[in-house]
Design a protein around this ligand. Structure first.
Ligand SMILES: [Fe+2]
Length: 682
C-alpha cells in the first residue's frame, strides 16, 4: 500500500486513519467537552464497525484486507452522564475494544487471510457457507469471529435470565449487548468492557432458523420491543423464514415460510400489522459462494422485478400478499406504515421509505482501494464514479393490502425519489416513529467531496427541503437521532455522530441540534476512531422497551375509541345470498349451522324490517401496539369489564380489536378502559 500512497489526499480531504485505526481505550476515560450536550442525551451510545484493516504477520508480510466490510471489528462506548450536584453540564466518558483479537492472531501466525470472506480479493477464500459452518468447529472463540455490523441491547430470546452488570456505572436497563451481521450469528459483548464473551446463532431462537443468511438490521416494535427478522436457507430451493421474537416471553414464532430468489438483504421493514420483506435486485448466485460472498452477488438485472413480501405479524395469516416494482437495489430501509388508500379510504396502503440505488454494483465502490483518500486508486475511482453508485431516498406505495392471503402479485409504485446529488446512506429517524408516518429522516452524505462520507443531511419528507452539515476534512459516521423527551416536534432532539477530523487525525463525538443541524457541542477523543457502520443510543431515562412490563406497556398505550352509533345483533335462517347485504351494511357476519348472525346499525336493521333485534350495543375499538400478546391482553381487558358487571362481545378484525358493550354501559366501559390504561401508566 505504501508504494501507492502519496502525501496528497483526494480533494485535500484526508481520511486514511479511519480505515486502519490503532487507537483502543479499554478503560473509560473522560473526554474534553466543548459546548453543551443536552442533559436528555445522557445515556450510552454504542458504536460498531470495522477497525483495523491490516495485520503484520510473523513471516514479515503485511496482510491487507480488501473490502471495508471485512475490516476487523471494533466496538465503542460513549457514556454521557447528566449534570449532577457536582457538575453543571453533561460529561462524556469513552472506552473501546477490538473485538477480533483471536482472528487477528490467527492471521498473524498463519500469514493468511483465508478466513476473511465478504469481499476479500486474491487470497483463496472460504465461502460464507464455510464460515457459517465453521461456527460448529469445536471451540470457536468469540473474538475469532468478525461480527460487527449492528448492535442490539437486550435481544429477546437470547438471554431469558437477566444478568447483573454494574461494575463501572449504572447502565440503566442494559442487561446484554449483542453484535449482529448478515449471516446467522450473534456475538455477545460485555455491555461495559465490550469484551467478546459469547457466540450464538438463530437456532438458539428456533430450531428451524438454520439457514445461512439474515439481515443485520432486525426490526423491533417501538412499543413492545418484539423483534422481527428473516432467515434465508440457500440450497436447490432457497427458503425464507420470517420470524418474530416476543420481548415479553422470549418465544420465537415463524410467521411465514416461502421460497423466493436468494438475495443480499441487509434490512427489512415492519408496519403495525406486517413484516415487509423486499427481495430487491441484489440477487445471489449460490453456485458462486465458493469464492467471496461479494462474488456471489449478481449485477442488478433490470428485467427482473423487485418483489415485496407482506407478512401478517398479528393474526397468524402468514404471507398475505406480494407486490412487484421495477428493479432496484438497496442497503438500508427507513420506515413503513399503514395509511388509508387515496382511491378508497376503506382500504389500507403500505407506504415504505428506503434508500435506493439503481444497481448492486455500489458494493464494488467499498473496496479499501476505492476509499482510502491517499491512494491513487481511490482518487482515480472517485473521478470516474458515475451515478449508478449514487443513492436516493425513495418512497414506495403498496396499495390496498389484502386482509386475507392473496396469491396474485400486485404492483408497488414509486411516489418520489429525491436527494441523488447528496447520495444519502445510513439513514436514521425518531425511534418512536417506527411504524408511523415520519416527517424527518437523517443520513450521512456521499456527495463526492471525499472518498467516503462528507456531510450529515436532514430531509423533510413533507416539503422535501434538505439541510446539510458539512465541514471540509470532517468525515461523519451514522448520525443517531436522540429525541428530547419533552419536545413536541418530531425533530426536537439531537444528532450524535462520530466524526474523523482528517486534518488532525483524531475523532470527536459531535452533537447537532436536529432542528437546524447547528453544532451544540462536541467531545474530543484522543485518537482516530475507525469508520463504523451502526450504533445504538440508550437513554438513561426512558430506554428501549425490555418486554418485562410488556402487558403494562400495551395497556398503557391502549387507545379506546367509542363509536356513537347503536348496533344490534340479528339472527336469520335465510341464505346469505338472499340478504340485502349491500344496503344492510353488516359490520360482522357469522355463519353457523343454526343460522347467520349479523351485526349492523340499529337504524339499518329497523329500516330493513328486522324486528328480531338483540343486544343493542356500542362499539369500542382498541388501538393496541400488540403483536403476539393480543389474546392475553384482550382477556385482561374483558375480565376487568366483567368485574364491573359489563357484558362484552369481542371481535378481532385484521387491523383492530372491537368490543361491543350494552348501550347503557358504554360510558362505564370507556371509564373502566381509561382507568386500566391510567393504572398501567402508573
Ligand atoms: Fe447497515
Amino acid at each position: 500500500m505504501e508504494n501507492n500512497m502519496s502525501k496528497e489526499h483526494y480533494n485535500n480531504w484526508p481520511n486514511d486513519k479511519g480505515f486502519d485505526p490503532e487507537y483502543e481505550q479499554r478503560k473509560p476515560v473522560e473526554l474534553s467537552v466543548v459546548g453543551q450536550i443536552p442533559a436528555y442525551a445522557a445515556g450510552i451510545l454504542y458504536r460498531t464497525g470495522p477497525g483495523k484493516s491490516r495485520v503484520e504477520a510473523e513471516n514479515g508480510e503485511t496482510l491487507r484486507l480488501s473490502h471495508w466490510f471485512d475490516g476487523f471489528g471494533q466496538t465503542h462506548r460513549f457514556q454521557i452522564l447528566a449534570p449532577d450536584a457536582s457538575h453543571t453540564s453533561p460529561r462524556v466518558f469513552y472506552n473501546s475494544r477490538f473485538s477480533t483479537d483471536d482472528l487477528i492472531e490467527e492471521a498473524r501466525k498463519t500469514g493468511s487471510l483465508d478466513m476473511i470472506n465478504f469481499g476479500q480479493k486474491r487470497d483463496p477464500c472460504k465461502a460464507i457457507l464455510g464460515k457459517v459452518q465453521s461456527e460448529y468447529v469445536p471451540q470457536p472463540t468469540p473474538s475469532s469471529r468478525n461480527i460487527s455490523v449492528t448492535l442490539s441491547i437486550n435481544v429477546p430470546g437470547l438471554d431469558p435470565k437477566p444478568e447483573s452488570t454494574s461494575r463501572w456505572s449504572d447502565s440503566t436497563g442494559i442487561r446484554t449487548l449483542y453484535a449482529k451481521t448478515d449471516y446467522n450469528a450473534f456475538k455477545k459483548l460485555d455491555p461495559e468492557t465490550l469484551e467478546p464473551i459469547g457466540l450464538a446463532s438463530q437456532t438458539t431462537l428456533h430450531p428451524e432458523l438454520s439457514g445461512q443468511l439474515s439481515a443485520s438490521h432486525a426490526r423491533s416494535d417501538p412499543v413492545t420491543g418484539d423483534m422481527f427478522n428473516f432467515n434465508l436457507t440457500l440450497g436447490p430451493t432457497c427458503t425464507y423464514r420470517v420470524f418474530a421474537v416476543s420481548a415479553s416471553t422470549g418465544e420465537t414464532t415463524i410467521l411465514a415460510t416461502f421460497p423466493a430468489t436468494p438475495a443480499y438483504i441487509h434490512s427489512l421493514l415492519i408496519t403495525e400489522n406486517h413484516v415487509l420483506l423486499c427481495v430487491w435486485n441484489s440477487h445471489i448466485n449460490p453456485q458462486r459462494l465458493n469464492s467471496s460472498f461479494l462474488d456471489s452477488v449478481m449485477p442488478t438485472d433490470p428485467s427482473q422485478p423487485a418483489v415485496w413480501y407482506v407478512i401478517d405479524r398479528k393474526h397468524g395469516k402468514g404471507l398475505i400478499a406480494t407486490y412487484e416494482s421495477p428493479a432496484f437495489s438497496c442497503f438500508h430501509t427507513v420506515n413503513a406504515w399503514l395509511e388509508p388508500s387515496k382511491e378508497n379510504p376503506a382500504e389500507m396502503d403500505i407506504v415504505a421509505d428506503i434508500v435506493r440505488t439503481d444497481s448492486s454494483e455500489y458494493l464494488q465502490s467499498l473496496y479499501y482501494e476505492n476509499l482510502i483518500s491517499s491512494l491513487d486508486t481511490a482518487k482515480a475511482f472517485q473521478k470516474s464514479r458515475n451515478d449508478s453508485f449514487r443513492t436516493s431516498f425513495t418512497r414506495f406505495r403498496l396499495p390496498a393490502v389484502p386482509s386475507t392471503p392473496c396469491t396474485d402479485p400486485k404492483k408497488a409504485t414509486v411516489e418520489w425519489s429525491v436527494c441523488k446529488s447528496l447520495s444519502p446512506e445510513l439513514p436514521t429517524m425518531h425511534p418512536k416513529r417506527v411504524t408511523q408516518k415520519h416527517r424527518y429522516v437523517y443520513a450521512v452524505t456521499f456527495r463526492g467531496e471525499a472518498t467516503l462520507t462528507d456531510g450529515i443531511m436532514k430531509l423533510d419528507c413533507d416539503t422535501q427541503q434538505v439541510q446539510l452539515w458539512a465541514c471540509h476534512g470532517q468525515s461523519p459516521g451514522e448520525a443517531i437521532f436522540v429525541p428530547n423527551p419533552e419536545g413536541t416536534s418530531e425533530d426536537d432532539g439531537v444528532l450524535l455522530s462520530v466524526i474523523l477530523d482528517g486534518m488532525r487525525g483524531k475523532s470527536y463525538l459531535l452533537c447537532l441540534d436536529a432542528r437546524n443541524l447547528s453544532e451544540l457541542g462536541r467531545a474530543n477523543v484522543d485518537g482516530a476512531i475507525g469508520f463504523g457502520f451502526h450504533g445504538q443510543h440508550v437513554p438513561t431515562v426512558g430506554g428501549m422497551p425490555t418486554g418485562e412490563t410488556n402487558i403494562s406497556i400495551l395497556l398503557a398505550t391502549m387507545q379506546p375509541s367509542l363509536d356513537p352509533t347503536t348496533y344490534v345483533f340479528l339472527t336469520t335462517k335465510s341464505p346469505l345470498h338472499s340478504l340485502p347485504l349491500s344496503t344492510l351494511q353488516p359490520r360482522l357476519i357469522v355463519q353457523e349451522e343454526e343460522g347467520t348472525t349479523i351485526v349492523t346499525t340499529e337504524a339499518l336493521a329497523t329500516s330493513h324490517g328486522f324486528n328480531d333485534q338483540t343486544f343493542p350495543c356500542k362499539k369500542i375499538s382498541l388501538t393496541i401496539h400488540s403483536s403476539l400478546e393480543a389474546v392475553g391482553l384482550i382477556a385482561a381487558i374483558t375480565n376487568r369489564l366483567k368485574d364491573h358487571g359489563i357484558s362484552t362481545n369481542v371481535v378481532s378484525g385484521y387491523f383492530h380489536d372491537h368490543i361491543y358493550v350494552p348501550v347503557s354501559r358504554a360510558d362505564d366501559a370507556m371509564r373502566v378502559l381509561e382507568e386500566v390504561a391510567a393504572e398501567a401508566r402508573g
